[in-house]
Design a protein around this ligand. Sequence first.
Ligand code: C5P
Length: 214
Amino acid sequence: GAPRPLAGKHVLVTAGPTHEPIDPVRYIANRSSGKQGYAIAGALAALGAKVTLVSGPVTLATPPGVTRIDVETAQEMANAVAQALPADAAIMVAAVGDWHVERAEQKLKKQGGSPPRLELAENPDILAMLGASPRRPGLVVGFAAETEQVLEHAAAKRTRKGADWIVANDVSGDVMGGEANAVHLVTADGVESWERLPKDEVARRLAQRIADAL
Ligand code: C5P
């Protein structure tokens, strides 16, 4: 059979967007499709890893061999990640909402020309929590979706969040929801820029690099 270099390793992956409810029928979300994270979870499982995929709301099928935990909000995602530890590696691909709203119990109504004002509060940064955790996985990988100064922001994010690697991509084009991705792997040793590749191929290469590192 195929080589299984990640046999016996537990890898935690987050993927997808989060939904932050405003009231029972409305939410704040983002354009993440979950495709890159799901492809990574599948590629890791194909190399023999035990994969826990903590997923925001997406319409994708669970890859073969992956254990999926569905969540809605950033806080739920943070709780599910903490529950899933310990892990040998964590790959945080989710586009986690940065803010939540104090959720209204009842549907907000239009009234007399004064629209509701949404007050935003910060969400936990799951990657940063993991990077600083006493239960930190041996390898922590974050993603950085940027629209400008991609490499500078990614390198700063790597140290600020305590990640080993950051996979940086420029999302000013059609990456979100699209099938291809041009990424840069930012590590302590420097930057490796990969050519534009299908998301499945980015996933396979990254999974192989993770296998080499573990
Ligand atoms: O700061 P920024 O959102 O650009 O960081 C992106 C990286 O941090 C991704 O790996 C993402 O999954 C992770 N992240 C997180 N929790 C947050 C925000 C981002 O895990 N609240």
